[in-house]
Structures are given as C-alpha cells and as structure tokens.
Write a protein that binds this ligand. Structure first.
Ligand code: NAD
Ligand code: TDX
Length: 339
C-alpha cells in the first residue's frame, strides 16, 4: 500500500508520517511538500533513509509535478495535510490561502481521479463551523453543524471541503474528510499559541495574549489526531465527515499561565495585546460519531500532553531556535511589535 502524504514536512503531517511508519510498517509513505516557511526537512531526518519512505519537494498546485508523481507512485491513498494553516497570516494576506488550500486540493483530486486512487482523505478543521458563544457550554460542533466561517483561512478550508464533497457526488471520487480541533505537540511551528508561548517564555520575552485571553480552544495531542486519521483510512465510510476532538476545552489565558508555571517563569511576562480581527470565541467538538463508528478515543490527557510537549521544546532547542532566529524575526516584528 502506497500513501502520498502532502504537507508532511509540517507539524501534523510529520507526526502522521512517524505514526504510520510505526503502526503500519508494511506501508510505503511518499511525502509531497513545497517546503514553505512552515515546512522543515530536518523534521523528517529520522525517517529520510527508510526504504519505505520517499520525500519529494513539490507544490500541490503544480499540476505537472503532481501528475508526474502520481504516474510514478500509483498511490492507493492520498492524505492531504498541505495547507497554509495560520489564521493571523490569512488576515494579513489571504491570496495564498485560496491558492494552496482550495486550488491545490482540486489539483490533487484531479490526479486521484486520473490514477484511480482508492481514497482521498482531506484533513480539515473545526474552524469551518465558525465559533460558539462562551455562555452556552452545552453547545458543540457536530458533523451536521452548518459551515459558518470567520477568517480567510477557515473560509478557504471550508471551500476545499465543499469541493471534496462535490468531487464525491459528481465524479464518485472515494473521499473522506476529518475536522479536528486545535492540535499541540512536537514540531509545531512557533507562530501558533503553545510553541510561541514556550519559546518566548524560555527567552524571557513578553507573552502576547490577544484581548483578555478568554477565548476557548479544544486541545488535542497530535498523536491522537494521527491515530484518528489512520482509523478513518481503515474503516471510515466513503463520502463521510468525521469530527475529531477530545473534550478538552481551555481558555488561552489559562494555557499561558500553565506554561509559565511549568517553566518556572513569572506571570508578569504576560502582556495583553490588541485582539485578532474576527476572533472566534469558542471551539468545541462533539466526537460521538468517530467514537461510535470507529472506536476512537483520545489517549493523552492534556495534563500529560502539555508536559511532554514542553519537555520536547526544551530537549530540541536547535529545532525551534533555528526557526525563530531566521525570517521569523521579520514576521514577529510585523505581527507583534506595534500590536
Ligand atoms: P503546518 O503549517 O505546520 O504545515 C503545513 C505543511 O504544508 C508545511 O510542511 C508546508 O511546507 C506544506 N505546504 C504548504 N503549502 C504547500 C503547497 N502549496 N504544496 C505542498 N506543500 C505545501 O500545518 P499543520 O498545523 O501541520 O496543519 C496541517 C493540516 O491540518 C492543515 O490542512 C490544517 O488546516 C489542518 N489542521 C490543523 C490543525 C492545527 O491545530 N494545527 C487543526 C485542525 C486541522
Ligand atoms: O500570539 C498569540 N496570542 C494569542 O492569544 C497567538 C499566536 C494566538 N493567540 C490566541 C488566538 C487563539 O484564540 O490563541 C488561540 C490559538 O491560536 P492559534 O495557535 O493561532 O490557533 P487557532 O487560531 O485556534 O487555529 C488553530 O487551530 C485550528 C490552527 O492554527 C489551525 O490550523 C487549525 O485549523
């Protein structure tokens, strides 16, 4: 079985590759990644020499390159992680989000049709459902919650989801979609909340919390997400959407305080800055369907996962220090200096 994993040099895609090579040693994984600012080849160093792994640098929007790879590899399955993934960047410059997240998905699905791929799995997000109010803790996103997006990022992911369903209905492409809540764990790019706060705290830099920090996210350890996708590939129903989330809602401010405590840093580092435009208040997934149909349950408790994650960033300083000392500095200045 050959699986093309797009975006495998990024955070979740790389963790998925590690998971799959361990859980399914008979499968061959081909990683297709453009190596944007968010992709990092050093992340894949431990698997680069494996005989059942291949890395190909290419853009999912590049029809010729994608066609060539599919012709060579004749994949059984394609899992699409490749995306522009950061909400704040989408607010600054939406264009590339529409190109990669929507048109890139189309290019991949056209190749899947041409080469009779048995499954195209789209890695989507809970952000396609918009947000929930803080005063209604009884409400959760189910797979039938209407799409209602807030940011150019979430609008591009929702557009891709609609296109995936259209390819299923119109052309009979065998698709599945998963919509997961916020992930955390090793190899997450330090533009996202948890690694940004860990890196800043370790450097005794201010911890920029948007607004009051009362926004709620539903955090899932990345390996639990990878396991859920593996289960969907094995037993998920064609044409179906599966929500993935572990009922672990936390306010941003509480996460940042927890990171300070774990690292022995003072809460005086916390700085409240101007809020994100259109900032979603609360995400909360109802994972009943994937639990009932595929038996999935999250295995890592947040209390353990966050400690593991902090220890990983402590033990792998060169990985993130190389990132934050490069082009990232311009990004950080632009996004935070006058905020
Ligand atoms: P990431 O930004 O860490 O990684 C994205 C990867 O895609 C990078 O390796 C990048 O080089 C690659 N890429 C970008 N554009 C490309 C292109 N045109 N062609 C080929 N490769 C390209 O993202 P992530 O956090 O790992 O997210 C992976 C997927 O999971 C995304 O589709 C995202 O929408 C989704 N998702 C993320 C989360 C989360 O909490 N991070 C939650 C739910 C869903
Ligand atoms: O510096 C910060 N300060 C801050 O208060 C950053 C980077 C974030 N935040 C807040 C904004 C959000 O309420 O923390 C929360 C989490 O922010 P992000 O890490 O940017 O994640 P989010 O916007 O929730 O989106 C994430 O989850 C869904 C991923 O980036 C998406 O790819 C995924 O689809």
């Amino acid at each position: 079985m050959t699986i093309i994993v797009t975006g495998g040099a990024g955070f979740i895609g790389s963790n998925f590759i590690f998971y799959m090579l361990k859980a399914n040693p008979d499968c061959r994984i081909v990683c297709l990644d453009k190596l944007t600012y968010a992709g990092n080849l050093s992340t894949l160093a431990s698997v680069m020499k494996k005989p059942n792994f291949r890395f190909v640098k290419a853009d999912i929007c590049d029809r010729e390159a994608v066609d060539r790879l599919f012709a060579e590899e004749k994949p059984d399955v394609v899992v699409n992680f490749a995306a522009e993934s950061h909400v704040d960047r989408s607010i600054e410059d939406p264009g590339i989000f529409l190109e990669t997240n929507i048109l890139g998905t189309q290019v991949l699905m056209d190749a899947c049709r041409k080469y009779n791929v048995k499954r195209f799995h789209q890695v989507s997000t809970d952000e396609v459902y918009g947000d929930l109010p803080l005063d209604r803790p009884d409400l959760f996103f189910t797979e039938t919650t209407p799409i209602h997006t807030s940011s150019p990022y979430s609008a591009s992911k929702a557009s891709a989801d609609l296109l995936v369903m259209a390819y299923h209905r119109t052309y009979g492409l065998p698709v599945t979609i998963s919509r997961c809540s916020n992930n955390y764990g090793p190899y997450q790019f330090p533009e996202k909340l948890i690694p940004l706060m860990i890196a800043n705290a370790l450097n005794d830099k201010p911890l920029p919390v948007y607004g009051e920090g009362l926004n709620v996210r539903d955090w899932l350890y990345v390996e639990d997400h990878c396991k859920a996708i593996d289960l969907i590939l094995r037993g998920g129903k064609i044409g179906e959407v599966y929500n993935i989330g572990g009922h672990n809602e936390m306010r941003n401010i509480d996460i940042v305080k927890l990171i300070c405590k774990e690292l022995g840093k003072p809460e005086t580092l916390i700085t409240h800055v101007t809020d994100r435009k259109g900032h979603d208040m609360r995400y909360a997934i109802d994972p009943t369907k994937i639990h009932a149909e595929l038996g999935w349950l999250p295995e890592t408790k947040f209390a353990d996962g966050i400690v593991k994650t902090i220890r990983w960033y402590l033990a792998n300083r060169p990985w993130w220090e190389e990132i934050v000392s490069g082009e990232y500095q311009n990004y950080y200045r632009k996004m935070y200096e006058t905020r």
